[in-house]
Design a protein around this ligand. Structure first.
Ligand code: TYD
Length: 136
């Protein structure tokens, strides 16, 4: 499961006036893009995430600064440092994630496969674990 989460090298168009990167649905992410949201003005020491999704697929990009993402499929954990605007972290369904170690000015943008739906969340780790281990 956790092996399905991958770093995606996004196109980078270098330019003396500033670089340009883009994300295309069904090409750079294996889904149609329904929603984009971003975390910003994160105070030092704060952590986000702390949940998993039943169906949602996401691509997470550090638009500015850096942060760490810990992925957990109920069996294994991986910690990934995101600090490049041309690198996306694809997160498949049924992955518990924690995001921390935000640098000052960090912006975490997430491209998502579905609209926001609270029913899609696992917010209790033990409930997630039960389902993840049962499914696996
Ligand atoms: P949550 O997904 O728990 O944030 P994070 O994982 O980044 O810590 O969302 C925090 C709050 O924002 C929660 O009340 C739901 C709301 N929210 C929306 O209304 N729409 C969205 O697209 C997202 C991601 C969150």
């Amino acid at each position: 499961m956790i092996d399905s989460c991958k770093l995606v090298d996004l196109p980078k168009i270098p330019d003396a006036r500033g670089n340009l990167t883009f994300v295309e649905a069904d090409r750079h992410v294996p889904f149609s893009i329904k929603r984009i949201y971003y975390l910003y003005d994160v105070p030092g020491g704060a952590a986000r995430g702390g949940h998993a999704h039943r169906e949602l697929q996401q691509l997470m990009i550090s638009m500015s600064g850096s942060f760490d993402v810990t992925l957990d499929d109920g069996r294994r954990r991986r910690r990934i440092h995101l600090n490049r605007s041309y690198l996306g972290l694809y997160i498949c369904p049924m992955i518990w994630r924690e995001i921390d170690n935000f640098s000052s000015g960090a912006v975490c943008m997430v491209v998502a496969s579905h609209f926001y739906d609270e029913n899609d969340y696992f917010r209790d780790y033990n409930m997630f674990l039960k389902e993840a281990v049962y499914e696996g």
